[in-house]
Design a protein around this ligand. Structure first.
Ligand code: PMV
Length: 334
């Protein structure tokens, strides 16, 4: 039915990171990436079609607050994507959009992947259109948040980096049911990061280590993919950590350099290494921020939370895990 739709879309955590954009018009990355779609950290977005040409309306519900007109900065990110989707649909309509996140803004969790995946899918559904997962992935990617291309699918998801129809959209590597991995997030930084990931993508090629990284990545991604398919945690863990350090090596050696880590980041990394030496199945990864995602098996989750939760710089822990991907729901925000 056309008119109104609400979609819940989850965030994701990259095991192999998208870092560096070669074409901003189409949001095409330099390198392939691979992530785990989450389930507890998500964006819920309602879209209502207004059958008139005119201006779009954007509302945002912050944690513990009521629905309010979105800030200028928030609207400036949403409105261009609505214009793009309107052009794609070829319809003279306006949109009323309301959105909220399941996780507190300021918890330092990237919300652009879940946000743009939810917005894209809710607009498509409100227009009464049907799209395949591949088409949804391309539409979400064009928002400028490349990682949104992966959040439209559940489980373990790869986004290739080449040109051509098979390369431009994300694909599922394995379903959520294939391997129950958890993500315990150690929150160290409550405020938004100082340098946006867009800025990071732009600076990445200035690092002298950017080219060597490109040569290493394809083999590293294959190792991660095979470890997931084989449910082999001991093969997954060192590769995921190697990749996380690599992303930050590029950021720190970009011009000008970007330092996302905080002292607590190193403490958590050391605790994770100690836990692994003691036989706990856990490894750590960070996106463009200070917070540490601790990927672990269900049996290890309690030990990880117990040890890392005691580190003074860790302000809170978020418990998440692999999820099924977006869904349409009836609980509208409008
Ligand atoms: O999709 P963007 O532009 O927010 O960039 C995502 C960058 C990382 O989170 C660091 C890596 C990734 O692949 O998700």
């Amino acid at each position: 039915m056309r008119g109104k739709a609400t979609v819940i879309a989850p965030a994701n955590i990259a095991f192999i990171k998208y870092w560096g954009t070669q074409d901003w018009d189409r949001t095409l990355p330099f390198n392939p990436s691979l992530s785990m779609t989450l389930r507890e950290c998500f964006t819920r977005t309602s879209v209502e079609i207004l059958d008139r040409a005119g201006s779009d309306e954007v509302f945002f519900k912050a944690h513990g607050r009521s629905m309010e007109p979105a800030s200028e900065a928030f609207s400036q990110r949403v409105l261009p994507h609505l214009a793009r989707l309107r052009k794609w649909a070829g319809e003279e309509v306006s949109f009323r959009v309301a959105t909220e996140n399941s996780f507190p803004m300021g918890a330092g969790m990237a919300s652009s992947a879940s946000g743009f995946a939810a917005l894209t899918l809710a607009v498509v559904a409100a227009l009464g259109r049907q799209v395949t997962g591949e088409e949804a992935s391309v539409l979400a990617r064009l928002s400028g948040s490349g990682s949104a291309a992966r959040s439209v699918l559940g489980g373990y998801v790869k986004w290739p980096a080449g040109e051509g129809p098979e390369e431009e959209h994300a694909v599922q590597v394995a379903s959520a049911g294939h391997w129950d991995l958890r993500d315990v997030v150690a929150v160290l930084q409550e405020q938004a990061k100082e340098v946006s990931s867009r800025e990071g993508h732009e600076r990445a090629p200035t690092s002298p280590y950017f080219e060597p990284r490109q040569r290493l990545l394809h083999d590293r991604l294959e190792r991660v993919r095979k470890a997931i398919l084989a449910r082999d945690f001991s093969a997954l863990a060192p590769t995921v950590e190697e990749e996380a350090i690599d992303l930050h090596l590029i950021a720190m050696s970009s011009s000008p350099p970007i330092f996302y880590w905080r002292p607590g980041t190193l403490e958590v990394l050391a605790a994770v290494r100690r836990l692994r030496q003691e036989g706990v199945e856990v490894c750590a990864t960070m996106d463009a921020g200070a917070n540490v995602h601790m990927i672990c098996t269900p049996d290890s989750e309690a030990a990880v939370a117990e040890v890392v939760g005691r580190i003074p710089d860790v302000s809170s822990l978020i418990h998440d895990g692999v999820g099924q991907g977006p869904m349409t729901v009836d609980e509208h925000l409008l």
